[in-house]
Ligand binder design. Sequence first.
Ligand SMILES: [Zn+2]
Ligand SMILES: [Zn+2]
Length: 459
Amino acid sequence: MSIPAAPTAAATEAAATAPTASAPQACPCCAATIDADPRFAVWCPRCEWNLTPGATDAPAPKTRRSAAHARREAAATARTDQLFEDIAAGRTATGGQRARLAAAAIATAVHLATAALCAWGLWLLVTGNTPLRCLGAVVLALVVLIRPRLGRAPRGEGVLTRAEAPALYGLADRVAAELGTRPAGVIQVDADFNASVWVAGLRRQTVLTLGLPFWEVLGEQDRVALLGHEFGHRVNGDNRRGFWLGAAIQALAHWHDLARPRGHYRNAVGLQMLFQLTDLLLGVLLGGVAWLLRRVLLLLDRLTSRAGQQAEYHADTLATRVGSTEATRRLLRTLLLQQTAETAATRVRAELRSRPGTARRGRTPDPAERTSAPEAFWERLRVHLATVPPLEHERLLRRSALERGAVDATHPPTHLRLALLDRAPAVPAAVTMTPAEATAIAAELAPHRVRVARTLLAG
Ligand SMILES: [Zn+2]
Ligand SMILES: [Zn+2]
């Protein structure tokens, strides 16, 4: 059957970000009536025509490589589905313990390799003659270069101190206390449609990063659920974020980055034959090391993807306990809108720039527009995401179902995360945000809202 050309998301999302009346039209494949919103991709829920705009429907030529890829995808889908069924039924996921031990063994090997190199460098330095001492110094310099890094707590732009944001820290502290974990050491806001938590430095400070485009479009209680999910990562036994495995993964990624072949190994060493030969040998050697390190990283990814998915489900369950099942459901449905938010931000930027008297690149805005444009940006983004029609939500959910085959994904597809919420009895919120608290937090974030909106408007 020939498939009619499918319009892309970019082509079908009209310039307006405000909701517009839907116009019924017939599906070009099965003739079903589609209630299309001109702001979004037109697709058919009956035959799934144009479910993924821009994707080709023509079957790819069958090669040995594509067959192997298809087999890997099918295996990943089966693993993802099996893990979901295990967790939904309250069973301990099968095979998890062996993968956990294997990942810990690789991490130990990484740390032992660094320790052995350090010990050898020191031994050469203490016991060797002058040339061996020089070699020892080189080895120790290499150890400094490849040492495991624990990360530093962020400072500067986007970081909120406890004195600047007492209400936000207060809410985060209540969520952390409810889950029995340490409070946030640092809260940072950035311009991503995301949020994350990680642990920095020897003091193991919890760093909470809130992406303002995500935070701003969430409802008040959904924000509590978001904090519940993020702090949930501190208590859900996610070993990828632990001290031992986390530091090993970071070290391996850093080693891979150092060894990755770069142009200057091949080009920058002048015309002399000797240098060119050395350059070539170094490039081949480092290329081999980088290939090996990439394999180990992929293996670690594979070994920890099940634990990663399990940790996400667990963090969602903790989010329901803190912010309620209903708020967590809304949080996950908003999470599906990442691409929509990016497209909306581009449209809002174009709209605000074309408005008479508003900021354009290279022109200094007058004082009135300096304050109005950022607030208008957030308001329009909120309206756009709040008016996404059910048909578009359904398309995004079905697309998320297709992502089950992503090999070694550490996040389960969102439709399965939502399905897990439906399997468990709904629970009320243990922490609620009061209206006074919401107002105070909004005031604390106001300067960052202006800064981030300006960054996004200038992008
Ligand atoms: Zn159809
Ligand atoms: Zn998470």
